[in-house]
Design a protein around this ligand. Structure first.
Ligand code: URA
Length: 365
């Protein structure tokens, strides 16, 4: 997926965009730049492909030319207001995903005021704009390139900027919808066992915008009775480990690779992991954590396969405490496998290892 998304209106700025693209090509690979809707293969779902490309990018460039704000459809209506206007849809998506959105003014256009924009993209007016002037084009583009490059630097472990209240509300809504879906999912491999025992499914719990996402194995009895993850003995260990780095569980998000309790406390089986991790994938998409912490071999195996890491065949004994980088649909992320906290319950010696591995999470706070 491309890291730079160029959003523009053909009738408004095509010439400038072509020139900008040629300059960008001196600094970036063609695959880094998503620009032309027409480059999409015939038959692909337009809206879905655009949404995916926007979510995957690190920098979103909105080219604004002289007719950007007033451009009309054949029926005389303003294009920006039309339901199917891709320019607006893409900007909405970039703003909703908190992308770095850079308005780039061309052809002496000026930055539109928020009041002149559809409400869903009014926030664009607050983004700092770049101007590409005709006379100083090369010079202005160099400046833009420097900004893009600094946004594309390889990720370093880092804390996450606080999400806007609007983003937080959206994430809460999406997690609630996912929880409702899981509750109703009669095709769940463990649905009958759940109903028979009056258990709850356990989607997860915590901050919907957490930077740190823990993924455990499966709910135990306490968890299935209350519908919350990690509230038994393993949860106590986890809480204590979090305290050593000054965190509370509410600062993180916790889930499992299997979201219903298996019978007789047995280990999860591959078909269960396959079914429930479609929910885990969706959680990752919604929460957009900077670091995923698989707890134990089942979660680690799943996450390393999901991101196709070269270490995917290695064992947790070799990988615990190793910070690895992966590419998620929404950007660069880290993966830090850690032993399952239940290890400490069986072997006190492992407490020091767990403690040490947890310290690696400090830069993400
Ligand atoms: N509780 C959970 O929610 N997951 C585990 O892996 C263990 C206990």
């Amino acid at each position: 997926m491309s890291r730079i998304f160029i959003n523009y209106r053909r009738q408004d700025s095509e010439g400038y965009v072509g020139r900008l693209y040629d300059h960008l090509r001196e600094h970036f690979e063609p695959s880094d730049i998503f620009m032309d809707v027409e480059a999409m293969k015939p038959g692909v779902d337009f809206v879905k492909t655009l949404e995916e490309a926007v979510v995957a990018c690190d920098v979103f460039i909105a080219i604004i030319g002289p007719q950007w704000i007033t451009a009309q459809n054949e029926d005389g209506g303003r294009r920006l207001n039309a339901e199917n206007d891709f320019v607006r849809i893409e900007i909405e998506s970039a703003l909703n995903h908190d992308k770095l959105v850079i308005p780039v003014l061309v052809g002496r256009a000026t930055m539109p005021a928020g009041r002149d924009l559809p409400e869903t993209i009014a926030a664009l007016a607050h983004r700092n704009a770049f101007e590409l002037s005709h006379q100083r084009f090369a010079y202005d583009v160099e400046h833009l390139v420097r900004t893009i490059k600094s946004a594309l630097l390889p990720a370093k472990p880092a804390s996450k900027a606080r999400a806007s209240s609007e983003t937080l509300r959206r994430k809460m809504r999406e997690i609630k919808a996912l929880r409702d879906r899981l509750f109703e999912a009669k095709s769940s491999p463990l649905y009958a066992h759940r109903v028979e025992n009056r258990y709850f499914p356990v989607l997860g719990d915590g901050n919907p915008d957490a930077n740190i996402l823990f993924i455990g194995q499966c709910p135990g009895e306490y968890e299935a009775i209350q519908g919350r993850p990690f509230i038994g003995a393993s949860g106590d260990v986890l809480d204590k480990m979090l305290l050593t780095i000054g965190l509370k569980r509410e600062d993180t998000y916790m889930t499992n690779v299997v979201l219903d309790r298996p019978p007789d406390n047995r280990d999860p089986i591959p078909s269960e992991i396959e079914f429930y991790t479609s929910y885990v994938d969706k959680l990752i998409e919604i929460i957009e954590p900077g670091v995923i912490v698989p707890l134990g071999r089942f979660a680690m195996g799943y996450i390393l396969r999901k991101y196709d890491l070269p270490e995917k065949k290695m064992r947790i004994g070799q990988l615990h405490g190793k910070l690895m980088q992966a590419q998620a649909a929404y950007g660069s992320i880290f993966i830090l496998p850690i032993y399952h906290p239940a290890m400490v319950l069986y072997s006190a010696r492992e407490k020091d290892t767990l403690h040490q591995d947890f310290q690696q999470l400090k830069p993400f706070i």
